[in-house]
Ligand binder design. Structure first.
Ligand SMILES: Cc1ncc(COP(=O)(O)O)c(C=O)c1O
Length: 376
């Protein structure tokens, strides 16, 4: 059997290893150190915000963001339904209630009409998700937020390098959270960031991410003996300096990685053009899609699950897309969100990463096409 083609794969190599060796030599391996600071400055520039805080992952960035926005038990936060449940989990972790909004059938992010319909007197904000990295309708989100006095938070977990009307993902809301998990466009294995133009929010989050005090680096080299005191319950949500050094290299690679993903997407689009039973993902003309994932929508008359198994049998990894949050038992929801439920049942994610060769892309396309035709 020919080699298996992975669904996602990081692009890392000697430069990342050299950056890690440099951190070893520096002696500062812990989190929130000099490598984190350097990465944060560069990352903020790339995503178009004044401030960035590196975090242990995107889930912790989402949670910290909700905490510094003042989310409390009894509050409701509107969340785009079609997402990895880290988004809804963060709202629960902050003690509030996620209220899920149905999504657009073409780009899978929250439908502004569904958001507006979900607003109640308890609503405090909107947590929008850039699904597979493509930003949702931020002009409309902002208009709704302003009209109802809500904050707007961007779950940009998959969106490094994306744009909306030329503005970078990360700069589209009051706060944004990124993931550097191994299946994301840039990665340190695990990791995340919280970004914002608002210094007060990031400064507060910086304290909370290091047990409620300023990080040790602020006391380094002091001629005094500063002894911080603890006033607020904090956490250890730090990115390590080892990871930050890797992220520094990954940030430099971002333009090339995006270009490769774009060309993979283009080759898939061409290969699936005209194949009955399969709809290719849409990249809207006013936004740059970073192609964190490439998700096909399979016609209802073809079993997505059988198709996935047939494709996997050929050594081509594939999976469902992401989750319809409201169907997850944890949340105890009873309402129906038909678009999200439908795409949850019909999506098929196929290999998308920056190490794919043209031959591999062609093999994926041929394998999927043959399986679709056999099941039609
Ligand atoms: C939309 C979205 N939000 C949040 C997360 C959580 O990211 P992390 O694993 O870095 O906590 C993910 C991870 O897949 C995601 O896709």
């Amino acid at each position: 059997m020919t080699d298996s083609i992975a669904l996602g794969q990081p692009t890392v190599g000697d430069e990342e290893l050299a950056a890690v060796a440099e951190v070893f030599r520096s002696g500062w391996l812990a989190g929130a150190g000099p490598a984190c600071r350097r990465f944060e400055e560069r990352f903020a520039k790339v995503v178009g915000t004044r401030h960035a805080l590196s975090t242990s992952n995107c889930g912790s960035a989402l949670f910290l963001g909700l905490k510094v926005l003042g989310v409390q038990p009894g509050d409701e936060v509107i969340v785009g339904d079609y997402t990895f449940p880290a988004t809804g989990h963060a709202v629960l972790q902050a003690g509030a209630t996620p209220v899920f909004a149905d999504v657009r059938p073409d780009i899978f992010s929250a439908d502004p009409t569904s958001i507006e319909a979900a607003i109640t007197p308890r609503t405090v904000g909107i947590l929008a998700v850039d699904v597979a990295g493509q930003p949702g309708d931020y002009d409309e989100y902002r208009a709704i937020a302003d009209k109802h006095g809500l904050w707007l938070f961007e779950d940009a977990a998959c969106a490094a390098g994306a744009t909306y009307k030329t503005r970078p993902a990360g700069s589209l809301a009051d706060l944004a959270a990124f993931s550097f998990h191994g299946r994301k466009g840039i990665t340190a294995g695990e990791g995340g960031a919280l970004v914002s133009d608002r210094e007060d929010l990031i400064a507060h989050a910086r304290k909370l991410h290091t047990y409620g005090i300023e990080p040790a680096i602020t006391r380094e080299g002091s001629g005094e003996l500063p002894i911080p005191s603890f006033h607020e319950l904090g956490y250890n949500f730090r990115l390590s300096d080892i990871q930050a050094a890797i992220m520094g290299v990954q940030l430099g690679r971002l333009p090339d990685l995006l270009a490769t993903r774009r060309s993979v997407a283009k080759r898939y689009h061409e290969a699936f053009d005209g194949l009955p039973g399969v709809t290719v993902p849409v990249a809207l003309p006013d936004r740059e899609h970073p192609w964190q994932a490439y998700i096909l929508t399979i016609a209802p008359e073809i079993s997505r699950d059988t198709l996935a198994l047939r494709v996997r049998e050929q050594g081509v990894q594939c999976n469902f897309g992401t989750y319809a949050s409201h169907l997850q038992p944890l949340y105890g929801k009873t309402e129906s969100l038909p678009v999200s439920a439908d795409i949850f049942a019909r999506h098929l994610a196929i290999p998308m990463h920056a190490n794919l060769t043209d031959q591999q892309v062609d093999r994926v396309a041929e394998t999927v096409s043959a399986a679709v035709l056999a099941l039609s």
